[in-house]
Design a protein around this ligand. Structure first.
Ligand SMILES: [Zn+2]
Length: 345
C-alpha cells in the first residue's frame, strides 16, 4: 500500500490548547505524523509519495467559500491585532444571540470555531491546504485503480464542518476526498469513521445526502467530546434519511464491544454497495491514549484492518486522531498491514 505524505504538516505546530482548565502543550503535534511515517518506512508498507496540488476548487465543494477565505486570511489579521502568539477564540454565540459575521478577527475566530483547542498559527494555511492535497492525491490514486492508499494527513479533519473548525481540525480531509470520489465518477461513497471521537464535521457535511453514506463508531457524546452530536438516533435527514449511522459506545469499551459495532458498520456499508470507502482512521481508541477512554490493544488494530478489507472495495485511509505518540506508528500500520494481509488472501 502506498502512502501520501509531506513534511509540510510540521507547519501546523500550535503552542497551546485549552484543556482540563489549563493552556497546555498541544496534543496534536508534528511528532504524531513523524512517528507514523517512520513506522511506514520501517515496515516497508510501500512507496511514500508526495501530494499533488489541487487548489481550492475541491475544498469549496464541501466547505463554504467564506469559511475557506477566513482561514486563508485569519493569521494575517490576527498578527495585526495581537502579534504572533497563536490565534485562539474568546467566546461563542449562545442561543438567543445573533449569527452575524463580525468584522474583528476575535469575533470571526469565534464565529467559525467551536472550541479553543485548535490554534491558528503562521503555518496553518499551508499545512491544511497540503493535508487536503494529501487526501486528494490518495483519492486520485484509488480512482486510478489502486486497491488501497494511506493519506497521512495532518492536521486531522473529521471535526471540521462545512463552515466551522475545531477539535484540531480545519479542513475535513476525508469529506473532501469522499466528494472527490463522487466528482470523478463514483456513484456512491461510504465513509467509515473509527476515530475515538464522533466525526461531527463529516456527519454535518453529508447529513442530507444519499450519495455518501456516513458511519461512525465513537465514544458516547453524553460522556465525551464533541458532546453535541453523535447520538444513535441521528440517522440522516431529507434526501439523506437513513444514510447516516452512529454507533456510540460507553467509556471503557474493549474489543468485545468494539468488534460487534464494527461488524454492524461494515454490514451497513456492504448493503450500501459503495464504489469506494473512505476510512477516517483515528487510533485514539488505544488503551494508552492520554485523552481517550477506550481500551483497544495493539493487535486489535490488525483486526480492524482485516474487517475493513472484508468489504472488498477500493479504500482510502485518511489519518485522523491518536495521541499516544509512542504507539501511534505501530497501531496505524497494524490497521494498514491487517488490511493488506486480508486483501491478498
Ligand atoms: Zn479523536
Amino acid at each position: 500500500m502506498r502512502t501520501v505524505y509531506t513534511e509540510d504538516h510540521r507547519l501546523q505546530d500550535g503552542k497551546a490548547e485549552l484543556i482540563d482548565g489549563k493552556l497546555q502543550p498541544c496534543f496534536e503535534m508534528p511528532k504524531r505524523a513523524e512517528i507514523i511515517i517512520e513506522r511506514v518506512r520501517d515496515q516497508r508498507l510501500g512507496e511514500v509519495v508526495p501530494p499533488q496540488e489541487f487548489g481550492q476548487d475541491p475544498i469549496v465543494r464541501v466547505h463554504k467559500p467564506d469559511f475557506v477565505e477566513f482561514l486563508r486570511v485569519a493569521w494575517g489579521d490576527w498578527v495585526k491585532a495581537h502579534g504572533t502568539w497563536d490565534a485562539l477564540p474568546l467566546n461563542w454565540s449562545a442561543p438567543g444571540m445573533r449569527r452575524i459575521i463580525p468584522e474583528a478577527i476575535d469575533g470571526r475566530l469565534s464565529y467559525y470555531s467551536f472550541d479553543a483547542g485548535t490554534p491558528i498559527t503562521a503555518g496553518t494555511w499551508r499545512a491544511i491546504t497540503q493535508a487536503a492535497n494529501v487526501a486528494l492525491t490518495g483519492r486520485q490514486m484509488v480512482t486510478a485503480g489502486e486497491r488501497a492508499v494511506f493519506a497521512l494527513c495532518r492536521p486531522p479533519g473529521h471535526h471540521a464542518g462545512s463552515c466551522f473548525y475545531g477539535g484540531y481540525c480545519f479542513f475535513n480531509n476525508a469529506a473532501i476526498a469522499a466528494q472527490g470520489f463522487r466528482d470523478s465518477g463514483a456513484a456512491r461513497v461510504a465513509v467509515l469513521d473509527v476515530d475515538y471521537h464522533h466525526g461531527n464535521g463529516t456527519q454535518e457535511i453529508f447529513y442530507e445526502r444519499a450519495d455518501v453514506l456516513t458511519t461512525s463508531i465513537h465514544a458516547d457524546p453524553k460522556q465525551e467530546y464533541p458532546f453535541f452530536l453523535g447520538h444513535a438516533d441521528e440517522t440522516g435527514a431529507g434526501a439523506g434519511a437513513g444514510h447516516h449511522l452512529n454507533l456510540p459506545l460507553r467509556w471503557g469499551a474493549k474489543w468485545d464491544v468494539y468488534k460487534p459495532a464494527l461488524e454492524t458498520a461494515m454490514r451497513r456499508i456492504r448493503d450500501y454497495a459503495p464504489d469506494a470507502i473512505v476510512v477516517s482512521l483515528g487510533v485514539d481508541t488505544f488503551e494508552e491514549d492520554p485523552i481517550s477512554k477506550f481500551k483497544l490493544k495493539r493487535d486489535d488494530y490488525s483486526r480492524i484492518g482485516e474487517m475493513i478489507a472484508g468489504a472488498g472495495k477500493p479504500t482510502l485511509f485518511v489519518m485522523e486522531g491518536g495521541y499516544a505518540v509512542d504507539a501511534l506508528g505501530v497501531n496505524v500500520v497494524n490497521v494498514l498491514a491487517g488490511f493488506e494481509g486480508a486483501a491478498k488472501s
